[in-house]
Design a protein around this ligand. Structure first.
Ligand SMILES: Nc1c(NC[C@H](O)[C@H](O)[C@H](O)CO)[nH]c(=O)[nH]c1=O
Ligand SMILES: CC(=O)[C@@H](O)COP(=O)(O)O
Length: 213
């Protein structure tokens, strides 16, 4: 039986143009079937509803929810360093009087004509948002409570410290039935896949981050 709150669920945000965004999904390797359903929901929503390019969604995994904040922080930092390297290479080869806009995603992804980094694989565009996805299910000790608190605080801190939106995509459930329904995997088919909302939220917040005055 779904909790009553599900009935008043707000629909996901209206479609927005995510065609210039690069999104990181970090997910755990606990409760893998449920996590995979959430990842699929987020990925599908970003591609089909918000025009995010499939190649601009990077998916990484960590052992468990407790590792999500660290991975989000480090992978964000690496992407920002690579974007800066690309921009600095570009500066070396472009007359800035031509009005080069280093903030535009296309600029950051532009492969520099000649640079030491030219041979590196993958996009140079920094991530515009991160979605941390995990499933915590209460056991018989207080371990659950401590991890839930640490992970929620840690994920919020990465977003505030980095200036890049980090979506809290961690289900904190008292039993497996609650988790299945929140991934849209319940037998009755009455659940709602929260990954859908996390995908829309990531696009919305990334566009808000990139908004110029
Ligand atoms: N019980 C769950 C965990 N526990 C593992 C921790 O997240 C962490 O990986 C470990 O303590 C080592 O640092 N993780 C989940 O994602 N979900 C659980 O239900
Ligand atoms: C969320 C957890 O860490 C939990 O699944 C661990 O179970 P237990 O409290 O029985 O050790």
């Amino acid at each position: 039986m779904l909790d009553d709150f599900h009935k008043g669920l707000e629909p996901s945000a209206a479609p927005q143009d995510g065609s210039n965004l690069r999104i990181l999904i970090v997910h755990t390797r606990w409760n893998t079937a449920i996590v995979q359903g959430l990842v699929d929901g987020a990925q599908k929503t970003m591609i089909e509803q918000h025009n995010v390019k499939p190649e601009n969604i990077v998916i990484e995994s960590v052992p468990g929810a407790y590792e999500l904040p660290f991975a989000a922080k480090k992978l964000l930092e690496v992407s920002q360093i690579r974007a800066a390297e690309g921009a600095s290479d570009l500066i070396g080869n472009v007359n800035l009087l031509d009005g080069l806009n280093l903030n535009s995603p296309t600029t950051a992804t532009a492969a520099p004509p000649t640079s030491a980094g030219a041979g590196k694989k993958g996009s140079r565009q920094a991530f515009d948002a991160v979605i941390c996805i995990g499933v915590l299910i209460k056991g018989s000790t207080m371990h659950f409570e401590y991890i839930c608190e640490a992970v929620s605080q840690g994920i919020m801190r990465v977003g505030l410290d980095s200036g890049v939106p980090v979506i809290f995509g961690v289900l904190t459930c008292l039993n497996e039935e609650q988790a299945l329904s929140r991934a849209g995997l319940d037998k009755a088919g009455k659940g709602h896949n929260h990954g859908i909302d996390w995908g829309s939220g990531a696009v919305e917040m990334a566009l808000l981050k990139n908004r110029t005055l």
